[in-house]
Each structure stands twice: as structure tokens, then as C-alpha cells.
Design a protein around this ligand. Structure first.
Ligand code: UD1
Ligand code: CA
Length: 484
């Protein structure tokens, strides 16, 4: 591969994204269908940004408002193509926004696989060879649907012929036009000369090949061996293929950077997730959104982690679901735990199975091992939350907070009726319903006092017929016969 030259001119990028995508059979604009958690059109924009593009102009049309909204805040310019009259027409609209004095790169909004490295190599060759127009091409044994690359006797790029206009011989050409072009600043002016005199009555951007040649300018193809890099999604079958390819690319990137994926084929890591070295992801793990994972973390099988931060040496056991959570160093979560937005676990916290945590801070060393709901609460360090503890945070109209100090012990099956406070070192007897504050160091018992009624059970059992009892419960029957 050619080493990249220092770019002598700035680069402007035009993203064509006005197409309808009827074959997606969707109310969502095609460009907004996601690949590994990012709308397809945003992949093209990210690539343009990776190339340090000066201006990025996105041509929108179908679902323009939605597409533009999805790309908001990325520093882009938009131009609307109200009628999709062809790629040449779309580009011409964008060209009116270009300031000139730059190379112009054309990308499609529905081809997310293209890598910045490939485009850098293409640009290096474009500049090194003094091309006016470089067309990115690849090959497929059956290139049906694509424009075919017609080369002259010297192997030079002569023209691009569209499927509908191609002769049988041209249809057998395996080299196809990806739709990615790098051009000099004449592109906008030349695009103004594109007509629609062709079988489809469309304005073909591919006509630029001849228009540049008529100028006596140098045009060339930049061929890449892997056609999947310029694969688009016309329907949901192809969308799934892109998802698989992109997932593999992302996963391989993480593996090469020191992350262990026990079963990469079942691991889904969205594009913006950050993972440090020496992290282990077991099979079926899904990491989404703005999740970050620090070194030494292990995420157990079939856990789904969205928009969450996992600090060093955290263990997430299998089948846990985290969203908008922060998990501090050395903490363990799960199996079957659920951390919802605002769950903030400090260091060395343990949240065990069937525990749900929402909008709650757990200080260092807190343990909530089993079957609890902790919502709108703060829990001081080293407190123990017994199995079945529930913060009753909702009174039917409003949410209220539960405050538990440090070193508190909440017995099993306690209901904490918020707003309520258990102060430092407070003790709550199991089975209590607590609706008054518990002072520091006190024991709260809030349940009916136990009574033991002598011989009640003996009398109860004796009311049953002896036959039935001895048949069904022989031990009990024998025991009863020995009682007075
Ligand atoms: C085009 C190329 C073809 C190439 C193929 C690669 C032309 C004439 N043909 O085919 O040589 O092999 O791409 O995929 O350019 N778009 C607009 N406005 C329009 C038309 C298209 O914004 O009026 C956008 C689409 O949203 C899409 C891209 O341009 O992102 C390509 O459009 P598409 O219709 O898929 O291209 P083809 O004409 O099939
Ligand atoms: Ca197409």
C-alpha cells in the first residue's frame, strides 16, 4: 500500500443520502437503519471526519428531516434533493455548497463499511499520480446491478456503464463502480454538464469519467480486493450482512487491542464502546452505547451493558442487565442483576442475583446479595441489605428517597417506606415495615409480636382422620401417636 503523502489540499466530502430505499420496506428512512448501533449515514460522516474533512455536505431527500436530526451537532451542511433524479443531480446540488480549492470525495450514506485507511491510500495514489478523478472499484464474480468498469487497451479507465445500458459483453465485466470518487475542484462545474439522456432518464454521476476525459484530465481507477468494504444495504438481508461484517471488524479490533472474546460470533460491541486491555467478555455479551470498560473486567455470558461505566476489576456475572450504571473498582454484580439508570456503585460493592437498583448510590463495601429492589436511595459504606429488602419509593403520586447510613444492617424482607432514614449502624429486624426513622445504633422492630400457642398443631393434625394421615405423612402420624 502506498504511504500517505502529506495532503497538499484540503478535502471536502459529499455524502449522498437522499435515496428512498424502498426495498427496506420501512417507515424509517434507509439511511437511519443502524449497523452496530450507529445509523448507516453516520458511519459515512464518521469516516469523513476521520479524514479530517474541511466541509462535509450531506444530500438528504427521503426522510430529510429525520436524517438531518439524527446527524445534528456533527458540524455538517445539508442540502435537500426534493426529487431523486440521480446521483449526478444529487452531487450537483451539493457542489453548490462547496467553497472550491479542495479535493472532493463522494461517499454514499448507505455504505458504512468503507475504512478511512482505504480512502487515505486512495488519496495518496490520486495525488501521487496527479489524477483529476479517481474511482474506487472492486470486483464480484456477479456484479449485477452495479455500474461496470470499462477499461481501454492500456488498462486505463475509459468509462462506467450502468446495468441498464450495458451490452452483454459489458455485463460480463466483474470490476464494478463502488460509487466512491475522489475529484479535483472542477467536479462541481463538470457535474453541471451531466445530462439524463440514458435508459433510466437519470442524471448519472458516472458521466464525470467522460467529462473529465474530454478536458484531457487524468482519470483512473483505484481497485480494492475486498468488495465487502463498499457493500451497501438495499434490503434487510444485506443490512444483516453488513451488521455481521461490521461486528466482526469491531470485535477483531478489540481482540487485537488485548480484549478476550470467548465467542466473538455471539459478541456484539457497538461502535462507540471503549474497552481496555485484559478484559474478558464471555459468550453472548452485548455492550451498547457509550459504555466504557476498564482493565481487568470480566463480563459474564449473556449480559447486556448499555451506557454504563465499569471500573477496573469489576465482575459482571451472567445474565445481568445494566443501563446507565456506574460500577466501581472491584465490585461484583449478578448473576441476574439489573442496574438501571442512576445506579452508582462505589468500590467493592456486591449486588447479587435478582437485585434491581435504580437511581441509588451504594457506598464502598455495600452488600445486597439477593432479591431486592433499591430505588431512589443512598446506602452508606459496608451496610448489608438483606434478601427481600424493598425501598417502597412510590406513594402513588411521587417518588421518595430512602437514606441508609454506613454500617447499617437491614434484615431480610424489610420494607422501607420512603421517605425514611436508617442512621449509621442502625439495625432493622427481618420482616419489618419501616416508616419511621431509625436512630444511629438502634434496633428497629416493626412487625407483630410472635405468639406460640402450645399444642395447637397437635390438635390440628389430630382432627384429620388417622388413616389419611398415616397414608400420606407416615412420619408425622407416628410422631403424633407418641404425643400426649
Ligand atoms: C450507483 C452508480 C453505479 C454504482 C453503484 C454502487 C450511478 C449512475 N451509478 O448506482 O455505477 O455501481 O452506485 O452502489 O451513479 N442518491 C441520491 N439521490 C439520487 C440518487 C441516489 O442521493 O437522486 C444516493 C442514494 O441514496 C445512495 C447513492 O446515491 O446513497 C447511490 O444511489 P443508488 O440508487 O443506490 O445507486 P445506483 O444508481 O444504483
Ligand atoms: Ca444501489
Amino acid at each position: 500500500m502506498t504511504s500517505s503523502l502529506p495532503p497538499s489540499r484540503p478535502l471536502d466530502v459529499v455524502v449522498l443520502a437522499a435515496g428512498a430505499g424502498t426495498r427496506m420496506k420501512s417507515t424509517l428512512p434507509k439511511m437511519l437503519h443502524q449497523v452496530c448501533g450507529r445509523p448507516m449515514v453516520a458511519w459515512a460522516v464518521k469516516v469523513a471526519q476521520a479524514l479530517e474533512a474541511r466541509d462535509i455536505v450531506v444530500v438528504t431527500g427521503h426522510g430529510a428531516e429525520q436524517v438531518e436530526a439524527a446527524l445534528g451537532g456533527m458540524g455538517l451542511q445539508f442540502v435537500r434533493q426534493h426529487e431523486q433524479l440521480g446521483t449526478g443531480h444529487a452531487f450537483l446540488l451539493a457542489a453548490q455548497k462547496l467553497r472550491g480549492g479542495a479535493d472532493v470525495l463522494v461517499l454514499y450514506g448507505d455504505s458504512p463499511m468503507i475504512r478511512p485507511e482505504t480512502l487515505q491510500a486512495m488519496r495518496a495514489e490520486h495525488q501521487g499520480a496527479g489524477n483529476a478523478l479517481t474511482v474506487l472499484t472492486s470486483q464480484l464474480s456477479d456484479a449485477t446491478g452495479y455500474g461496470r468498469i470499462v477499461r481501454g487497451k492500456q488498462g486505463d479507465l475509459e468509462r462506467i456503464v450502468e446495468q441498464k445500458a450495458a451490452t452483454p459483453t459489458e455485463l460480463s465485466i466483474t470490476e464494478f463502480n463502488s460509487g466512491v470518487y475522489l475529484m479535483d475542484e472542477r467536479a462541481g462545474t463538470l457535474a453541471g454538464r451531466i445530462g439524463n439522456d440514458n435508459p433510466a432518464k437519470e442524471y448519472y454521476l458516472t458521466d464525470l469519467v467522460q467529462l473529465y476525459r474530454q478536458e484531457g484530465a487524468r482519470v483512473a481507477a483505484f481497485n480494492i480486493s475486498d468488495p465487502s468494504e463498499v457493500m451497501g444495504a438495499n434490503d434487510r438481508v444485506q443490512l444483516a450482512e453488513l451488521e455481521t461484517l461490521m461486528r466482526r471488524r469491531i470485535n477483531e479490533g478489540h481482540m487485537r487491542a488485548g480484549v478476550t472474546l470467548q465467542d466473538p460470533a455471539t459478541t456484539l460491541i457497538e461502535s462507540d464502546v471503549q474497552i481496555a486491555r485484559d478484559v474478558v467478555l464471555e459468550q453472548g455479551v452485548v455492550l451498547r452505547g457509550n459504555t466504557s470498560v476498564q482493565t481487568g473486567v470480566r463480563v459474564g455470558a449473556y449480559s447486556v451493558v448499555t451506557d454504563s461505566q465499569l471500573a477496573q476489576e469489576v465482575t459482571i456475572k451472567s445474565h445481568s442487565v445494566l443501563e446507565g450504571a456506574v460500577v466501581g473498582e472491584g465490585s461484583t454484580v449478578g448473576p441476574f442483576a439489573r442496574l438501571r439508570p442512576g445506579a452508582v456503585l462505589a468500590e467493592e460493592v456486591h449486588v447479587g442475583n435478582f437485585v434491581e437498583v435504580k437511581n441509588t448510590q451504594l457506598a464502598r463495601g455495600v452488600k445486597a446479595g439477593h432479591l431486592a429492589y433499591l430505588g431512589d436511595a443512598s446506602i452508606g459504606q459496608e451496610s448489608n441489605i438483606g434478601a427481600g429488602t424493598i425501598t417502597a419509593n412510590f406513594d402513588g403520586l411521587e417518588k421518595h428517597r430512602t437514606t441508609i447510613g454506613a454500617g447499617a444492617f437491614i434484615g431480610s424482607n424489610t420494607t422501607l417506606i420512603a421517605p425514611v432514614t436508617v442512621a449509621d449502624g442502625g439495625f432493622v429486624a427481618g420482616g419489618s415495615a419501616i416508616n419511621q426513622d431509625v436512630p444511629a445504633g438502634s434496633l428497629a422492630v416493626a412487625r407483630a409480636q410472635q405468639r406460640n400457642i402450645a399444642r395447637w398443631a397437635v390438635n390440628y393434625w389430630r382432627k384429620h382422620s388417622a388413616d389419611k394421615l398415616s397414608q400420606r405423612l407416615p412420619w408425622l402420624s407416628a410422631w403424633l401417636s407418641k404425643q400426649e
